[in-house]
Structures are given as structure tokens and as C-alpha cells.
Design a protein around this ligand. Structure first.
Ligand code: S5P
Length: 272
């Protein structure tokens, strides 16, 4: 089955969203002709900014793991937020919240990182039940932030399958798309929904060279993810920032993934 959202242009899909971050992302994708999110999993603030400045022209989104930064100061997130405005991309802090509502609302708003202040989008495991969505929403909704649920994962042997995945999708529908705008998933987990429903599917585990790593990560190509599986955003980490050849090579590699991802999207639009 071909889900109706997979044959619509990203820009046209923006109108189906009330959440400002979802709209902004879809409009940025259309404007910059990119469905690429670079995952900047490096551990020094200067290296994060170096990678982001390099890849900025090629991305709709930058994904962070802010808790791996060894020399974190709020100047880093302030600069990331400034770069997001200057270069037209969305910031996604890949926090994978997984606790009760009260705890996650504190983890989201407070602590050293104050994620809600600078990150347009974040994500949560549905494992604890709907309270996690409500708890994060208390903080994020008034700020116009957006939440994704992890409905599936890319790693070998993960437990997010079958009934767990279906329940994640049901929880998102019940929460409403003004807050839960989509999923981390490997395919169109929302296929059973009504034709006018529009969720974003963001997909990690993307590589043009490696097939996996030694710790269970599994890679598919941009074409497999966007054309075959109907996902919206490809998330690429080591395949881009880990490329040999220094700073110049990083932008060239980001551009290669952008072009592959965009070609697969254009072909999908033209699919009968
Ligand atoms: O199932 C998942 C979910 C996520 S968000 N598998 C993943 O790999 N991720 C994240 O995507 C992971 O935490 C990492 O930041 C990125 C993949 O990085 P890569 O270097 O393997 O491309």
C-alpha cells in the first residue's frame, strides 16, 4: 500500500500541520530541497559547531546528543540556535526521554542543558505510557516545540516491534498532532490511518558505504529508506561527519546524501 502522504510534496504537507515546528521543517525541506538530517555525535563543542557550519547548506535538520559534549556551556546551544536561524534548519535534540511524566518535564526544562529552550524538536520512548507525552507537553507545547515518538529502532534485536509499534502510533494519535508530529521509525508505521492524516517519519540507520557497525547498528541506503519505505527524513551520523578527508570532505559527503535522498523523494512523488 502507498500511503497518501508519500505522494505529496513536503511543502504541500505543511498545511496539514498545526504544530509550528512541523510546518517549519516541511517548508525548509521544500525550500532547501533536502530531506537530510545530520546527526552531530561528536564530543567537543568546537567540533559540533565546525560540522554544523560545514553541512548547513545541505540539511533541513541538525540532530544533537547534547549530553555527550565534554565542554558544554550554554554558549554552544545559543550558537546552534543562531546558526539554525541563519542557515534555515531545525534543531532536534535526540534525548530519547523514557521516564514518568513529572521526571521528564524536569529533564526537558531544567538541568545543565535546558533542552526546551533551544531545541525545536525532541523525542521520547512510549514505554512509560501516555504520561510521558503529557509531561513533556507541559513544557514544550507553549514554546511551539514538537515531539516524536520512537515507534521503531534501527539496532539489531530491539524490542520496538509489532504490538509495541502499533501502540506507539495509537498514543501519538490520541495525543494529537499539535504536539506529537511523527515518529522515529524504519517505515510508514502510520499506514493504517485516514488519508488526511500526516505524520513525519524520521529514519536513522542510513549509510551509503557501511552496512552496520560492531554494536548492532544497521544501515540502509537513502533510496531504501525514502523510496522503498516511504520515510520523510534521513538521519545520517558517522557516514557524514566521520568521512575521511577533513572539513571539505564533510560538506561534499553531506551533499552526496542530500542529492540521493532528494532524488529518491522526487521519484517517489512520480510513482503511480
Ligand atoms: O533507532 C535509532 C534511533 C536513533 S534516534 N537508531 C539510531 O541510530 N538513532 C540515532 O541516530 C543514534 O543515537 C545516532 O545519533 C544516530 C545514528 O548515527 P550513525 O552514526 O549510526 O549514522
Amino acid at each position: 500500500m502507498v500511503h497518501p502522504t508519500t505522494t505529496k510534496r513536503y511543502g504541500a504537507r505543511a498545511a496539514a500541520h498545526t504544530n509550528p515546528t512541523a510546518r517549519r521543517l516541511l517548508e525548509t525541506m521544500e525550500r532547501k530541497k533536502t530531506n537530510l538530517c545530520v546527526s552531530v555525535d561528536v564530543t567537543k563543542a568546537a567540533d559540533v559547531l565546525e560540522v554544523v557550519r560545514r553541512v548547513a547548506p545541505a540539511v533541513c535538520m541538525v540532530k544533537t546528543h547534547i549530553d555527550i559534549i565534554e565542554d558544554f556551556t550554554p554558549a554552544l546551544t545559543a550558537e546552534l540556535a543562531r546558526l539554525a536561524e541563519e542557515h534555515d534548519f531545525v534543531i532536534f535534540e535526540d534525548r530519547k526521554f523514557a521516564d514518568i511524566g513529572n521526571t521528564v518535564s524536569l529533564q526537558y526544562s531544567s538541568g545543565v542543558h535546558r533542552i526546551a529552550e533551544w531545541s525545536h524538536m525532541t523525542n521520547a520512548h512510549p514505554l512509560p505510557g501516555p504520561g510521558i507525552i503529557t509531561g513533556l507537553g507541559v513544557v514544550g507545547k507553549p514554546l511551539g516545540r514538537a515531539l516524536l515518538l520512537l515507534a521503531e529502532m534501527s539496532s539489531a534485536g530491539n524490542l520496538a516491534t509489532g504490538e509495541y509499534t502499533r501502540t506507539a502510533v495509537r498514543m501519538a494519535r490520541e495525543a494529537g498532532r499539535d504536539w506529537v508530529v511523527g515518529f522515529i521509525a524504519m517505515g510508514r508505521v502510520d499506514e493504517d490511518g485516514p488519508a488526511d492524516e500526516d505524520f513525519l517519519v524520521l529514519t536513522p540507520g542510513v549509510g551509503l558505504v557501511a552496512k552496520g557497525d560492531k554494536l548492532g547498528q544497521q544501515y540502509r541506503t537513502p533510496r531504501e529508506v525514502v523510496y522503498d519505505s516511504g520515510c520523510d527524513v534521513i538521519i545520517v551520523g558517522r557516514g557524514i561527519y566521520g568521512v575521511q578527508g577533513g572539513a571539505e570532505a564533510v560538506l561534499a559527503e553531506a551533499e552526496r546524501y542530500r542529492a540521493e535522498g532528494w532524488k529518491a523523494y522526487e521519484e517517489r512523488l512520480n510513482r503511480a
